[in-house]
Design a protein around this ligand. Structure first.
Ligand SMILES: *Cc1c(COP(=O)(O)O)cnc(C)c1O
Length: 426
């Protein structure tokens, strides 16, 4: 049987067309209108990915809590909220974003992170979020104290550390006992038991998150098996658990090639489902990257092409401050010329203007001919792109555009020097 090839990306050269498009919109026209560097996202692709999870979990009570840190653009949060998503936040700032974009979604928020402050906890208690993911007993004590002060009960889940190894980059692996995240699963029952005596705390769930960019479903199943066992132990101890949160972390394929996203989401959901045992409560998941990464690209213009010794450098107007993944994680991003020129490919380094040798997008990459003024698209940049951007080298952060069908709209204007200088004083 012929395998159906499904492009995981919304970016393509339309039939008979010579230039790269996002859905029905030409990237050349977007660059003319909004300038470069420019982040471009496909709303359709984002919604499609969310629905893949929702469909894969349709057989049970579930909520997909999009991990805001992957891409926290207000317009994207609003889009996802309209499709019924909940949100996984890791700071008070991310909660403010959810409240600004979709105030009605406050009750669908889970709050993760190892270092929540009293002010952040208060904000979330007042907003009435679904549950806190406590990562230490000290945090649980602070949560109880703040809840008492505000005269509300705080629903919590312990984020347990299942001691499961997930093969990924060491900076984004989180599920081992030696990592800073979570609570050793072996001490969890004791902590739930102690918390049961506190009238300001309500044991609501158990959560895990084993890491990011994990392309196999197996470690997710292994982690949930351990969590299910814990939930049964808690039940025997008289502690009723309403939610199991399997975290995020499902990876994509950054390297080119067909990849069936729906099949991967279904396989992931099945691995979790099979590990849940008889759990009858609500399943939460917190995907970030899988929802937004492939929906986005960073559009840049070639400034110079120069040779140093045997190397050719293509210098573009985007840099590590706009997209840090290659510098930080040695990440690989496909680079597509927006209007490919005829001619031989050559090995080049694609770099930005920032004064760091680490400021590169690709090294020794085979790229078709490009000339100054040409546009290139760094693909799969929708997750951990703009979200990790900075103003390093006093560079203005890019504008962002959301493509909806045949239309595109600005969802964040380009920063100005006035924006940058505003908080400073002489
Ligand atoms: C980062 C993070 C996620 C999302 O991870 P992805 O790899 O983007 O899916 C989910 N949950 C928690 C607790 C996280 O820290």
């Amino acid at each position: 049987m012929a395998k159906v090839k499904i492009s995981p990306r919304p970016f393509s050269y339309p039939e008979g067309g010579a230039s790269l498009h996002c859905g029905g919109v030409s990237l050349e026209s977007l660059a003319r209108r909004y300038g470069t560097p420019l982040y471009v996202y496909s709303a359709d692709r984002i919604v499609e990915r969310l629905r893949m999870f929702q469909r894969a979990l349709a057989g049970r009570d579930h909520l997909v809590c999009y991990a805001v840190k992957a891409n926290s653009a207000l317009a994207i949060l609003k889009l996802l909220a309209q499709e019924g998503a909940g949100f996984d936040i890791v700071s008070g700032g991310e909660l403010e974003r959810v409240l600004a974009a979709a105030p009605d979604a406050a009750g669908r928020v889970v709050f993760s992170g190892v270092g929540k402050t009293a002010a952040e906890i208060d904000l979330a208690l007042k907003a009435g979020i679904m549950e806190f993911h406590a990562e230490s007993e000290a945090e649980l004590n602070l949560l109880a104290a703040r809840a008492r002060k505000l005269r509300v009960r705080a629903r919590f889940a312990l984020r347990v550390n299942p001691d499961v190894f997930a093969e990924t980059h060491p900076y984004i692996s989180t599920g081992l006992r030696e990592h800073k995240f979570g609570i050793d699963i072996r001490s969890a029952v004791e902590i739930y038991r102690r918390a049961a005596g506190n009238r300001w705390l309500e044991a609501h769930g158990v959560s895990v998150h084993i890491g990011s960019q994990i392309r196999s479903a197996l470690p997710f199943g292994a982690a949930i098996e351990r969590v299910s066992k814990l939930v049964r132990q808690l039940q025997r101890a008289g502690i009723v658990i309403h939610t199991i949160d399997a975290g995020g972390g499902l990876g994509i394929d950054y390297h080119a090639g067909p990849f069936d996203a729906a099949a991967r989401a279904a396989e992931y959901a099945a691995a979790i489902e099979n590990a849940l045992g008889g759990f009858a409560g609500r399943l939460l998941i917190e995907p970030g990257r899988f929802v937004v990464a492939q929906a986005g690209a960073l559009l840049a213009r070639v400034l110079y092409v120069k040779r140093n010794g045997r190397k050719t450098f293509v210098i573009v107007d985007a840099a590590m401050n706009d997209l840090i993944r290659p510098a930080l994680y040695q990440a690989w991003h496909e680079i597509a010329p927006v209007r490919p020129r005829p001619g031989k490919t050559r090995m080049v380094d694609v770099v930005g203007p920032v004064c760091e040798s680490g400021d590169f997008f690709a090294r020794d990459r085979a790229l078709g001919p490009v000339e100054p003024g040409d546009l290139v698209a760094l693909l799969d940049a929708g997750a951990y792109g703009m979200a990790q951007s900075s103003n390093y080298n006093t560079r203005l952060r890019p504008a962002e555009v959301l493509v909806e069908g045949k239309r595109a709209r600005l969802i964040r204007r380009r920063e100005t020097m006035a924006d940058l200088l505003a908080p400073e004083m002489l």
